[in-house]
Write a protein that binds this ligand. Structure first.
Ligand code: CA
Length: 231
């Protein structure tokens, strides 16, 4: 499990059993507790039994629309704080904006890479519950997440919020390859209109500010970026 993710209880609401199993297995392998529901009705029952910390919610369910459930939960004081990541087959921007208006915390279009879903769940968890670690130190760079400071070999560095969040994502999961989409999800949150160019520009600025210490941040051809802490 990535360092920033403590053990979570997740609820997957999805009627496509194969998809549900893939997601379930991936999060279980990361050490999380995963419960499943295949309809809105089952989801309501499950919510009464085990209160999840994150809900991964499909839109097209046999007894209704996931958006509707999202709206209901966000109005219910018992459940409104639980972050919801919507999964849907519909890719257009209006759909995404609608999902966010219905109170979803993030939105992912099928088919998606499990790595991206992980990154998005990680991002909403950190946003809603805060990170578990208070500091991380790698390759001469030290980040203090409480004081929101970065030092390179003891020398303080001034970063923008986005640069700080980007460096945090890299340093919390070194050697993990992040696609531009997953970085947009983790750093720019729900900015559905953010293009991938902004990722390249922010990485470039971050590397420039880090100087020689920025060399672990490298592009992985056609995939994205990673922070290389070994080899
Ligand atoms: Ca479905």
């Amino acid at each position: 499990m990535p360092e920033f993710m403590r053990q979570l209880t997740l609820l997957i609401v999805e009627d496509d059993i194969l998809n549900s199993e893939i997601v379930k297995t991936a999060f279980q392998e990361d050490g999380h507790i995963v419960n499943c529901a295949a309809s809105l009705g089952e989801c309501r029952d499950e919510l009464e039994k085990n209160k999840p910390e994150v809900i991964i919610l499909d839109r097209g369910l046999p007894d209704g629309d996931g958006f509707q459930l999202c709206l209901t939960l966000k109005k219910d004081p018992r459940f409104k704080a639980i972050p919801i990541v919507i999964l849907t087959g519909r890719a257009d921007v209006r759909e995404k904006i609608l999902g966010l208006r219905f109170g979803a915390d993030d939105y992912l279009t099928k088919p998606f890479a499990i790595e991206e879903l992980r990154a998005r769940v990680g991002a909403v968890v950190r946003r809603v519950y805060g990170g578990a670690e208070t500091a991380v130190s790698l390759c001469g760079i030290t980040m203090d997440f409480k004081a929101i400071t970065v030092t390179v070999k003891g020398r303080p560095l001034l970063l923008t919020n986005r640069e700080f969040e980007l460096l945090r994502v890299f340093m919390e999961s070194p050697n993990n390859v992040f696609s531009r989409d997953s970085l947009i999800a983790a750093v720019w949150h729900n900015a559905v209109l953010t293009g991938s160019k902004v990722v390249d520009v922010t990485v470039m600025n971050l590397r420039r500010k880090l100087g020689g210490a920025g060399s672990p941040i490298c592009a992985v051809r056609s995939l994205g970026y990673k922070f290389r802490s070994e080899g």
